[in-house]
Design a binder for this molecule. Structure first.
Ligand code: SF4
Length: 435
């Protein structure tokens, strides 16, 4: 019997990359590959890269450098780079790291089996096209094996917004939505395999137009699937948050009361320079409407501090906006230039000021997050249990609001969705007892 070949995938970045890595592993399953947790015994190493963070490409080059020894020991080992750095750097990767056998962009990974075969025959394989064909159609059917209770499902890719700091429109291309019937088929399939919660993914997920009633229409059809208990979606742009989606937050029980709604900054001057096409006031009004529809909605956001030309007054406007919203969680970063984006050319804020602002913003966000978490004590929430905790008999799951919740109780199993009364709040998690 031939031994299966082993594939090691290292995934960087967002949930969309996690989903893509799963699909790439499945595609390579058809070529006789099984996944391994270690690069040491792999026949193929694939880095699924992200271009959002600072010095992303340099980090990929240095990671590749670590595999040189493995490649020298085992010349048959194939090394590939996928994802947004692959798209942005293309052939340059093979020029700088000649041991790389294949480079594949995020829109062409359905061609990975052909590229791997080409690499096995000793040729270099590069594909960073934005092909006409639908990669999801070309990917083989997903395997039927049982899986964990939560899953990501990509429904939309690409972005037409061109925020002045962001590379996504260049690396992922224009906005494309998957047809609703195919998303629904994939969702039913996931539910048959044991999935109870699906997070719909897209760079601009609420710009989804694969259903004639947009993302809200898709969510309502998903909500009708028996066995699917929870629906989430990420990441949203405020300008695409339409009436139907706001209404769904109010009356679609399976749509969880947690929304990641990035605003990036609180100053209109900076929002304009960021090319966000909305004001701080418009964002706050939107939050008000969402909370009118779903009063217990927990919001999360993304913030960039020290965007080019940001003054102390601009930064204060960001703090004011954060005070007004009261976030349940948030991600905040110092601005750093992405080559090829408009903001990279503008006058930069000194690093020390960026550091200082980031510290002040994060202190405020942590206070808010902690206060909202502490306010959960005594409340009853739904928890979907995902895995065993560290202590015997302990299980950990996610609340409706996406908090990690620990419960000690024999008889709880992975995939159970139970009501839990919260009894304790720690910095990054809650503890509860079955209600
Ligand atoms: S909307 Fe999001 S993905 Fe699109 S350009 Fe702006 S930050 Fe990037």
């Amino acid at each position: 019997m031939t031994q299966p070949k082993k594939l090691f995938i290292k995934t960087y970045g967002c949930q969309m990359n996690v989903y893509d890595s799963e699909r790439m592993a499945e595609a390579m399953g058809g070529q006789g590959y099984v996944q391994t947790d270690s690069p040491d015994d792999a026949d193929m190493i694939l880095l699924n890269t992200c271009h959002i963070r600072e010095k992303a490409a340099e980090k990929v080059y240095s990671e590749l450098g670590r595999y040189k020894v493995l490649k020298a020991e085992r010349p048959d080992l194939k090394i590939g780079v996928a994802g947004c750095v692959a798209q942005a750097e293309g052939e340059e990767i093979m020029r700088r790291q000649p041991m790389v056998d294949l480079v594949v962009g995020p829109q062409s990974y359905h061609r990975l089996p052909e590229l791997e075969a080409k690499a096995r025959s000793g040729e270099k394989a590069l594909d960073t096209d934005f092909p006409e064909e639908d990669k999801f159609e070309r990917l083989q059917a997903r395997p039927k094996a049982k899986r964990g209770p939560t899953a990501f499902l990509t429904v939309q890719e690409g972005c037409d917004k061109f925020c002045a700091f962001c590379v996504v429109p260049y690396t992922r291309g224009a906005e494309v939505s998957r047809p609703a019937d195919r998303v629904l088929t994939e969702a039913r399939d996931l539910v048959e395999r044991g999935v109870r919660e699906i997070t719909l993914l897209g760079q601009n997920v609420n710009a989804y137009h694969g259903h004639d009633r947009g993302l809200a229409g898709l969510i309502r059809e998903l909500a009708a699937i028996d066995g699917l208990e929870r629906i989430r979606f990420t990441t949203s742009h405020p300008n695409d948050m339409d009436d139907a989606l706001i209404a769904a937050h109010g009356d679609c029980e399976k749509l969880m009361p947690y929304l990641h709604l990035p605003v990036q900054a609180g100053s209109d001057r900076i929002l304009k320079r960021m090319n966000r096409h909305h004001t701080a006031e418009a964002y706050l009004k939107l939050v008000e409407r969402l909370r009118a529809a779903r009063p217990d909605l927990h919001l999360s956001g993304d913030f960039i501090v020290g965007f080019p030309e940001e003054t102390e007054a601009d930064f204060q406007a960001t703090l004011d906006l954060v005070e007004a919203v009261q976030y349940g969680s948030a991600f905040s970063f110092k601005y750093s230039e992405r080559p090829g984006t408009p903001a990279a050319e503008r006058p930069q804020v000194p690093e020390a000021e960026k550091d200082d602002r980031l510290q002040r913003l994060q202190a405020l966000l942590v206070r808010q997050q902690r206060a909202l978490q502490d306010a959960m004590i005594g409340r009853e929430v739904g928890v979907l249990f995902e895995k065993a905790g560290r202590r015997p008999g302990q299980m950990v799951g996610k609340s409706d609001y996406l908090h990690a919740v620990y419960v000690e109780s024999d008889g709880l199993a992975r995939g159970d969705l139970r009501r839990v009364r919260i009894v304790e709040s720690s910095p990054n998690s809650l503890r509860g007892v079955l209600a």
